[in-house]
Design a protein around this ligand. Structure first.
Ligand SMILES: *Cc1c(COP(=O)(O)O)cnc(C)c1O
Length: 378
């Protein structure tokens, strides 16, 4: 609150409203986030979904180009592909919430797509070295959607550092909270320059701060459209104040996750999604399969849980509620081939957010309630 008040005191909320040698809050956030992520560049913008659009455009997507994407993701992903003029080619997921590499290879070859937008959906990270190999051998640009993996790692490498571009969301339900917001990271100066102009730098990019050198802008400055979506200094100040606390928040999430995971693992009929040893996840939500329940039994279980204050989401529900994540609810997209393995995996997939307003005792109680109510169903 103090950091935001300080920005308000200056009255200068627009990121380019700075003197020549002055660093805006937005630029400072970009510099600090790039350092945390270990990338050359970071661009702050209005939302995670907007960052995904920028990523596709900055990577050179042209109208009609195909974009591979795991079929289980959140609505901003197909929305970003649609808004940037691309055509999604959805790839199956496996029973452990990850993109199916056999189907990815087959769809990459059949479609000839040159872009992959990979969501680490609900924080589950697939075999990243294998995906890199699939992309590199086919010259596919990999864009990582790290909305649920800010701070997570695969084999000791931060999620977001495997592809050409990574996108993060800082809206309220993600790992840092500025109400709304997005971050795009890349090591490529030309992509960073295009993304900066796309985000609405006008010809003020010389005052941008954390971006590439002026030379990187020479070729792109007049050939890149302005699709305004800058982050303002107030939101950047909010995020700068939170970044130092990210490691301790990750620990706090993982302690809560472990309690819920243990409770679900010992509940007959339910099974948490297995986590590979290579994955250092951030347990800001938990997914589990209702392995021995019929889909018809799930609404009743969820209603009894809700009556006791435990809100669990079911991805198998025919009509989407809250956030939409099932490809068959995005009807504005034409000709989506059926994805039976994805629908099968989602038909038993349950999900719960783990807000840090729950303490560890709350998580133990929630785990006990899930166990009791599941036992009544079986
Ligand atoms: C939240 C989220 C986004 C981006 O969301 P915004 O609301 O646009 O910030 C993108 N992908 C996934 C998987 C998400 O959960």
């Amino acid at each position: 609150m103090q950091a935001v008040a300080a920005v308000l005191q200056t009255g200068r909320l627009h990121r380019y409203n700075v003197d020549a040698d002055e660093e805006s809050e937005a630029a400072a956030l970009e510099r600090e986030y790039a350092a945390w992520q270990g990338t050359n560049y970071c661009l702050a913008c209005t939302s995670g979904g907007y960052a995904l659009q920028l990523a596709l455009r900055a990577a050179g997507l042209q109208a009609g180009d195909k974009v591979l994407a795991n079929a289980w993701t959140l609505a901003p992903v197909p929305g970003a592909i649609y808004a940037s003029g691309g055509q999604p080619v959805f790839v199956e997921i496996d029973g452990a919430c990850r993109i199916d590499l056999t189907d990815l290879t087959a769809k990459a070859d059949a479609s000839g797509a040159k872009f992959l937008m990979l969501s680490h959906m609900r924080g589950h990270i697939a075999d990243m070295e294998a995906i890199q190999a699939i992309c590199e051998s086919r010259s596919i640009v990999m864009i990582e959607d790290c909305a649920h993996t800010m701070g997570a790692q695969w084999n000791g490498v931060l999620s977001g550092n495997f592809g050409h571009i990574a996108c993060f969301s800082t809206q309220t339900y993600k790992h840092m909270n500025s109400g709304e917001g997005g971050l795009l990271t890349t090591n490529d100066p030309e992509i960073a320059a295009r993304a900066t102009i796309l985000s609405g730098s006008y010809m003020l990019y010389g005052r941008h701060g954390a971006g590439p050198d002026a030379a990187a802008f020479e070729d792109v400055r007049l050939t890149t459209p302005n699709c305004s979506g800058r982050m303002d200094n107030m939101r950047a100040a909010l995020l700068r104040a939170q970044l130092p606390d990210l490691p301790s928040k990750i620990d706090a999430w993982n302690r809560r996750y472990a309690i819920l995971e243990a409770a679900i693992a010992k509940t007959q009929g339910l099974a948490p999604i297995p986590r590979p040893a290579a994955e250092a996840y951030v347990g800001s939500s938990i997914q589990f399969q209702a392995v021995s329940l019929e889909p018809a039994q799930i609404p009743d279980l969820l209603a009894r849980l809700a009556a006791r204050g435990v809100e669990v989401k079911w991805f198998g529900e025919a009509d989407p509620r809250g956030f939409t994540s099932r490809y068959d609810s995005w009807r504005y997209l034409a000709d989506i081939d059926p994805l039976p393995n994805t629908l099968d995996a989602l038909s038993k997939l349950l999900d719960m957010r783990i807000p840090l307003t729950f303490d560890e005792a709350d998580c133990a109680l929630i785990g006990a309630i899930i166990g009791e109510e599941a036992a009544k169903t079986l």
